[in-house]
Design a protein around this ligand. Structure first.
Ligand SMILES: NC(=O)c1ccc[n+]([C@@H]2O[C@H](COP(=O)([O-])OP(=O)(O)OC[C@H]3O[C@@H](n4cnc5c(N)ncnc54)[C@H](OP(=O)(O)O)[C@@H]3O)[C@@H](O)[C@H]2O)c1
Length: 248
């Protein structure tokens, strides 16, 4: 699917969907820059991936200085070469009713769910930092961007903003052969889903389970679509937000 010269940045690689995407892209032949905050978790990737010589752990807090993200991407390019792809998987969820909506909470959600991915994309799309024709970006948005459940208003609004920004970006960079797509998963069994259950209770899962004819997803289900969208097999797909919801 990829070659060693294909450098792919995966954010959120320390857990869940990002971790599965980093491992899959590495197994599929790419050189993977694996980013997250949890240094120990990133280092374990090197022990279990198919090709440790093509996996580079890069601990980084994406929200520490949002304005610096293009500079961070430029620094990665200097050290690893021009980027062929980015799977932006880092994220956090918020579960609170609209009666508790506040600019402070929304700002936190927008920082990691919208500003960070779009600022990283700004760095990626700088002509000096990507490989041009055939380069691709994939953002993990969420089904909540299209149809938020109760208590998903803040999270859904931030992810919807990401989807809009990504679609606009896809039009702006299409002329240079760069593709931009989103994936909007339903419930995927990762530490984030465990956190949602902790916040909303097990009744939440009991309500949701019958809505998923194919069951809840796992991280690899999302990773396979992300790797496909990054690859040349998806060369004619851009500007899309692909729902991935197990038949929901
Ligand atoms: N799981 C679901 O049901 C589901 C459904 C729809 C969409 N999504 C989306 O899918 C993506 C991946 O979620 P997941 O389920 O894999 O969650 P997860 O297992 O909790 O992983 C989240 C990842 O994001 C990273 N991260 C969070 N804040 C960060 C920051 N400020 N700087 C750098 N890294 C940061 C975490 O890094 P550290 O752990 O190292 O801090 C971790 O690697 C998210 O965007 C999420 O919104 C998930």
């Amino acid at each position: 699917m990829f070659q060693g010269k294909d450098v792919i940045l995966v954010t959120g690689a320390s857990s869940g969907i990002g971790r599965a995407t980093a491992l899959l892209c590495n197994r599929a032949g790419a050189t993977v820059i694996a980013s997250g905050r949890n240094t120990a978790a990133l280092q374990t990737l090197g022990d279990i991936c198919a090709a440790p010589d093509r996996l580079h752990a890069e601990p980084y807090d994406l929200c520490a200085d949002l304005n610096n993200l293009p500079v961070w991407i430029q620094d990665l390019r200097r050290r690893y070469g021009k980027l062929r792809g980015m799977a932006f998987c880092a994220g956090q969820t918020w579960n609170l009713p609209m009666s508790q909506y506040s600019p402070e909470t929304a700002n936190q959600a927008f920082a990691i769910c919208c500003h960070a991915p779009l600022m990283a994309a700004r760095g990626f799309c700088d002509r000096r930092n990507n490989t041009g024709q055939g380069a691709a970006l994939v953002f993990i948005a969420a089904a909540a961007a299209l149809d938020p459940n109760p208590a998903q208003g803040v999270y859904g609004a931030a992810k919807a903003a990401l989807v809009a920004g990504a679609r606009c970006l896809s039009k702006e960079v299409a002329g240079r052969g760069i593709r931009v797509n989103c994936i909007s998963p339903g419930l995927v069994q990762t530490p984030m889903m465990e956190e949602t259950v902790r916040q909303l209770g097990r009744e939440f899962l009991e309500q949701e389970a019958p809505l998923y004819p194919l069951g809840f997803g796992n991280a690899e289900d999302v990773a396979h679509l992300a790797a496909f969208l990054l690859s040349d097999a998806a060369r004619w797909i851009s500007g899309q937000n692909v729902p991935l919801t197990g038949g929901r």
